[in-house]
Ligand binder design. Structure first.
Ligand code: GH3
Ligand code: MG
Ligand code: MG
Length: 323
């Protein structure tokens, strides 16, 4: 809702080559309570003034030497990108009314005018102008909010990686793409070993530090076109596109060494080395859809845990490498 005080604070410009006309309008507006009324008798100045001050309303004379009101409106159209001209034309030549309206003026008043009529028209025009601006601002805020929410829905708040919900949308799409291109992709399921101990010994906060650092490392280890997700508590899933089984295994092993290389501390106390167990599954070799592929990676991970942890197991091939 636009309140009367807001309307009275609106930014108004009077444009007229005759100072007497300006004085009359200015006095009338000020007496009615308007507090921000500027004026110019130079039509060439109007566009620059509007660019600088973003008027809510321009009261525009038509007949002026050098540049008439129609030309001023053409210039204003180039500034007002949404094409809305906040212009009320005041003219002594009623025959120009239609042309002024067709050029985009929101209202036209003939001289001599009736004071209370022009004040009412000005008030109404300003109300629409301010409502319009408020609606535009609200829709911008709403758009931003929707964007933020869309991001939040697919993001893990602790690590800023994608979350499981995103994976469930993304992985089937990537599999379909790989199928179309007769390509391949790898799913790496990465679980931190004995992570619970870190929480137990150093506290939950230390556990969070480890998760955040591992997440950053994972993101840095993969190509920009690949995706890293936090799948569950201390479990991550990487989706690596267009990669051979050999390449995926190598990547898993290099991630394992990189995580092991992290020297993390909390309040200057070293947290000790973190080892990982990684299960690798390849599309199409180990699963034709998301569920089968994730299950294959999970089984490979389980086997890595069974084999004493700190190792990579590739589904089916079961090539075990102890770190
Ligand atoms: P394993 O080698 O078999 O994987 O043992 P583990 O201790 O890593 O696995 P387990 O599943 O027994 O424990 C996982 C722990 O991860 C338990 C849970 O409290 C902790 N955890 C899950 N989410 C978070 C989190 O957001 N922050 C912290 N600090 N800990 C978490
Ligand atoms: Mg674990
Ligand atoms: Mg786990």
């Amino acid at each position: 809702m636009i309140t009367s005080p807001a309307i009275l604070k609106a930014n108004i410009l009077i444009v007229d080559d005759k100072i007497a006309n300006i004085d009359l309008l200015q006095h009338m507006l000020q007496s009615a309570g308007y507090t921000s009324v500027a004026s110019t008798s130079d039509p060439f100045e109007v566009c620059n003034l509007h660019r600088a001050n973003q008027y809510d309303l321009i009261l525009l004379d038509l007949q002026m030497p050098g540049m008439d009101g129609f030309q001023v409106m053409e210039g204003l159209k180039e500034i007002e990108l949404e094409g809305y001209l906040p212009v009320l034309v005041i003219t002594g030549q009623p025959e120009h009314k239609l042309r002024a309206l067709q050029l985009g003026a929101k209202d036209v008043i003939s001289r001599p005018f009736e004071k209370f009529e022009i004040l009412a028209r000005i008030y109404n025009m300003l109300e629409i102008r301010l409502l319009n601006r408020e609606a535009r601002n609200q829709s911008k805020t709403l758009e931003q909010l929707v964007q933020d929410l869309q991001k939040q829905i697919i993001t893990d708040p602790l690590t800023n990686l994608f979350n499981r919900r995103f994976l469930q949308e993304y992985l089937p799409r990537e599999i379909a793409k790989a199928r179309r291109n007769a390509g391949s992709l790898a799913v790496l399921m990465i679980d931190l070993d004995f992570f619970k101990k870190i929480n137990d010994i150093f506290g939950h906060e230390a556990g969070d530090v480890v998760l955040k650092n591992v997440a950053t490392l994972l993101k840095d280890c993969i190509r920009e076109s690949d995706v890293a997700c936090r799948y569950g508590g201390e479990e991550f899933v990487l989706v690596l596109s267009e990669i051979s089984p050999g390449g995926a295994k190598k990547k898993a092993e290099s991630i394992q060494s990189a995580v092991m290389g992290l020297a993390l501390t909390i309040r200057q106390k070293p947290l000790g080395r973190v080892s990982t167990s990684i299960g690798v599954a390849i599309y199409p070799d180990h699963g034709a859809d998301m569920d089968l592929l994730l299950r294959a990676a999970d089984e490979a991970l389980y086997e890595a845990k069974e084999n004493g942890r700190n190792c990579v197991v590739v589904s089916e091939a079961r090539n075990i490498r102890h770190g």
